[in-house]
Design a protein around this ligand. Structure first.
Ligand code: B12
Ligand code: SF4
Length: 483
């Protein structure tokens, strides 16, 4: 039996309009962290729909001011179905789009991480259906049914609201072979807009690539609504094909591998690196790695293949906290990886988290000491955000405060649950990391003695003034702490 899709009579071809509701100019953090990439989820859905005989158009609001272009696209493209990608950050915009679609008479469908976590909210806000899982096969199915005038209820992988109740279709199996996915339909978005923006900001034409879906690890605060703990990856050859196309069609010279964890399998990674080196693509790349997987002996080959920056989920400098988070990593691995990256001259971006249940001020101090010791070039230190569906959320859900909508501002800088200390302490600690980062940079330019004196004064102020005020007791003694 062939997997080739059957030819479809053009008159009966379903028409799907995909929408990315993210408006960059509304995002206060966008200017700070220039991270504009088109949604890989939507680009892959678009390519898959085309491969299966569906006509596709897309409205990407990233560079727009508002959602009015959705109305224009509905008028000119006349879709049967409008599929909206969702993140918590863009929920309000998605709800507004559902109303616009309803007014046009088309059917609306939501998918992506936020709708997957809370399909009922999206259905109540006006969506006709939600696909809270991998979207490709379900979207084709829904599009065909809508075109044929059939009901979407009970479609595998879809959820609808009937008489005020959620009606879930049976689960749909994940795609068995990710190599069968077509290349992302980059032509659906303004690639020149994205690449030009990157080029102006960094001198490089940067694009995002995904080589796998899912993650086999189980950190207790991590939300994985779509792919859960499953893990599938494309072959290194399929990944290489995508890199070559990005280079050839769009002159991309820097790639962000967007996998939850890059290089879960060492054999896979070695094969990909060898292919990248053989092909001599002239690409630099960055990826997110786990310290237990990023082995120092691989770094040289990664450098040769173009590795420029690694995002490292360090999270805490306290082994007790890493264990509490079920992170599955050891402090010794963090130290070994940070040192190896430093030696290899690879930029490191550390993710750190404050306020996880059970964390004491001494644990925070241990994290700061680790940070001071390695001075990563970049970092983000956030206050733990309890995301629904996670074990962390279950642990603290009775103490969640108010209904503040998570946004980029509140995500990581506000305390959303009752933690060991007040929000002011965590904000103060974030400021200390900020100072430490600045001093880390200064250490490369000034006398170490000057930097150490500032650190000592800042530590003393923390121990003797800030901590007693914010925690109710003194911390220290500082002098006996290892550096
Ligand atoms: C790479 C990545 C990024 C990249 C963006 C790359 C890009 N543009 O694609 C960067 C670093 C820029 C980024 C930024 C942010 N991200 Co991010 N990111 C990811 C990550 C790791 C992978 C995304 C991805 O490509 N997935 C692979 C594709 C194939 O999956 P997908 O998009 O989910 O799409 C599939 C299904 O969901 C579904 N689907 C999706 N849309 C639709 C629509 C319809 C109609 C249908 C039927 C189906 C469907 O079908 C798709 C194919 O199967 C995810 C985690 C993850 N594993 O998904 C987090 C994740 C999406 N990000 C998240 C967050 C919070 C953010 C930020 C808000 C972070 C911040 N605080 O600043 C920003 C938001 C920026 C923005 N523009 O919206 C959260 C979203 C949680 C939520 N509920 O909203 C996630 C889930 C991480 C997490 N566990 O917390 N991110
Ligand atoms: S935090 Fe990273 S490693 Fe941990 S479960 Fe989530 S995706 Fe996997």
């Amino acid at each position: 039996m062939s997997s080739r899709p059957a030819a479809v009579d053009p008159a009966s071809r379903p028409r799907v309009l995909l929408v990315d509701p993210y408006v960059a100019r509304e995002d206060p953090m966008e200017r700070k962290f220039i991270e504009l990439y088109p949604s890989l989820g939507l680009l892959t859905l678009g390519a898959y729909l085309r491969q299966h005989g569906v006509d596709v158009a897309m409205v990407d609001l990233t560079f727009e001011r508002d959602a009015r272009s959705v109305d224009r696209a509905i008028r000119s493209f006349r879709p049967d179905l409008v599929g909206v990608h969702t993140k918590t950050l863009t929920a309000a915009r998605a709800f507004e789009i559902a109303q616009r679609v309803r007014a046009s008479g088309a059917v609306s469908l939501a998918g992506g991480p936020d709708a997957a976590t809370r399909p009922g909210v999206y259905l109540e806000a006006g969506f006709d259906a939600v696909v809270p899982a991998e979207g490709e096969a379900a979207l084709v199915d829904v599009a065909r049914r809508v075109r044929a005038g059939a009901s979407v209820a009970h479609v595998p992988g879809a959820v609808v609201l009937q008489d005020g109740r959620l009606v879930r279709g049976p689960p749909r199996p994940f795609l068995a072979n990710l190599d069968e996915l077509p290349l992302p339909a980059w032509d659906l978005v303004d690639m020149d807009g994205y690449l030009g923006r990157w080029e102006r900001e960094t001198g490089e034409r940067r694009a995002a690539v995904l080589t796998s879906r899912g993650c086999p690890f189980d950190c207790s605060w991590c939300s994985k609504p779509t792919f859960g703990r499953t893990f599938r990856q494309q072959s290194p050859e399929r990944v290489l094909e995508e890199l070559i196309e990005l280079r050839r069609r769009y002159r991309v010279d820097y790639v962000r591998f967007c996998d939850d964890v890059f290089g879960v399998s060492r054999a896979w990674l070695e094969r990909l690196l060898d292919r990248m080196i053989d092909e001599d693509l002239g690409l630099r790349f960055e990826c997110l790695a786990r310290v237990d997987l990023l082995k120092p002996d691989l770094l040289e080959r990664m450098r040769a293949a173009g590795l420029a920056r690694v995002y490292v989920g360090v999270e805490s400098g306290s082994q007790r906290m890493l264990d509490a988070m079920n992170r599955g990593t050891k402090l010794a691995q963090v130290e070994r990886t940070a040192e190896a990256l430093r030696q290899a001259g690879v930029r490191q971006f550390w993710f750190l988290m404050l306020g996880y249940p059970g964390e004491t001020i001494e644990d925070i101090e241990a994290t700061l000491r680790l940070f001071r010791r390695f001075s990563p070039e970049e970092y983000s230190v956030s206050i733990a955000v309890p995301v629904p569906g996670t074990r962390f959320y279950e642990k603290v859900k009775d103490t969640i405060r108010g209904t503040r909508a998570p946004s980029r501002r509140s995500g990581g800088t506000s305390l959303l649950f009752e933690a060991a200390y007040g929000e002011r302490l965590y904000r103060w600690e974030q400021a200390r990391f900020g100072l430490e980062a600045a001093l880390g940079k200064a250490r490369r330019r000034f006398q170490p003695r000057v930097v150490e004196t500032i650190e000592r004064v800042a530590d003393r102020f923390h121990d003797e003034v800030a901590a007693p005020l914010l925690v109710g007791r003194r911390t220290g003694p500082r002098a006996s702490r290892p550096r």
